[in-house]
Ligand binder design. Structure first.
Ligand code: SF4
Ligand code: FES
Length: 255
């Protein structure tokens, strides 16, 4: 594709902190290369703001290669922007054309309060993981290497697909109820499908679901907006598995 340059209007949500009201502010950026990444375009905008003596836009990022899940931007009404199965850091400016106006907002969910501008507090996800998203492994010196445990290919593939979740929170941002069911279902599925996840299987799903409710995420109403927006294409079939895991764990608790 031919390389081209663009002049753009960027409307960005500016908010000092969780307590103060925010508002959109409009900026012009010039000579943006179609080869730049979306975050590089933000770097240019921030350099410009610094040169003008203004506060740069705060935004989250780390790996810039679709792995860490930090780059949470709601771009033109879609988490991570217009491309399918893609994170904000992997979005390139060739997705836009000269003269475009791009509207950028933070994830909006009660459980993800704004820290500043486009940065939200996603520590609720960490607390859900702390409630059960792990396996306990004995370190006696006789521990069997995980790679020597035989696992059916189909199950290994399903567990791997669920483990692709990078915890970005786009599923929550896309959901009209701010539900975290896709995220949670990926974490529960990943471990419940593997032999290593069996000892804590039942208590895990109960504890993680309770924590999710406690953190203020909404209920799932099966609109599938989460799956449609997920950069790692996590399937809603994981939510069906999560419901089954929850039912089994709840029934055996009553025995
Ligand atoms: S399920 Fe998808 S959208 Fe949700 S946190 Fe995981 S990777 Fe992000
Ligand atoms: S910055 Fe790591 S996934 Fe985007």
């Amino acid at each position: 594709m031919q390389h081209y340059k663009m002049n753009l209007t960027i409307q960005v949500w500016r908010q000092k902190n969780a307590l103060e009201k925010g508002q959109f502010e409009s900026y012009q950026v010039k000579d943006i290369s179609s080869e730049m990444s979306f975050l590089e375009m933000f770097d240019v905008l921030n350099e410009q703001l610094l040169q003008e003596g203004k506060d740069p836009v705060a935004f989250d990022h780390d790996c810039r290669e679709g792995i860490c899940g930090m780059c949470s931007m709601y771009i033109n009404g879609k988490p991570h922007g217009p491309w399918q199965a893609n994170t904000t850091c992997q979005l390139h400016m060739r997705a836009f054309k000269d003269g475009d106006t791009i509207v950028v907002e933070p994830w909006r969910a009660q459980a993800f309060p704004v820290i500043k501008d486009l940065v939200v507090d996603r520590s609720a996800f960490d607390r859900i993981i702390q409630a059960g998203g792990y396996v306990s492994v004995g370190t006696s010196g006789n521990t069997i290497d995980a790679n020597v445990i035989p696992i059916e290919k189909q199950k290994a593939d399903m567990a791997f697909a669920a483990a692709m979740c990078i915890g970005c929170g786009a599923c929550v941002a896309a959901c009209k109820n701010s539900s975290a069911m896709l995220f949670l279902s990926a974490k529960v599925s990943h471990l419940s499908l593997l032999p290593q996840g069996q000892p804590e299987r039942k208590i895990r799903v109960l504890n993680m679901l309770n924590k999710m409710d406690e953190e203020g995420f909404g209920a799932c109403t099966n609109t599938n907006a989460c799956e449609a927006t997920c950069p790692k294409e996590i399937s809603v079939t994981n939510i069906a598995r999560l419901n089954l895991e929850y039912l089994n764990a709840s029934l055996s608790k009553q025995d």
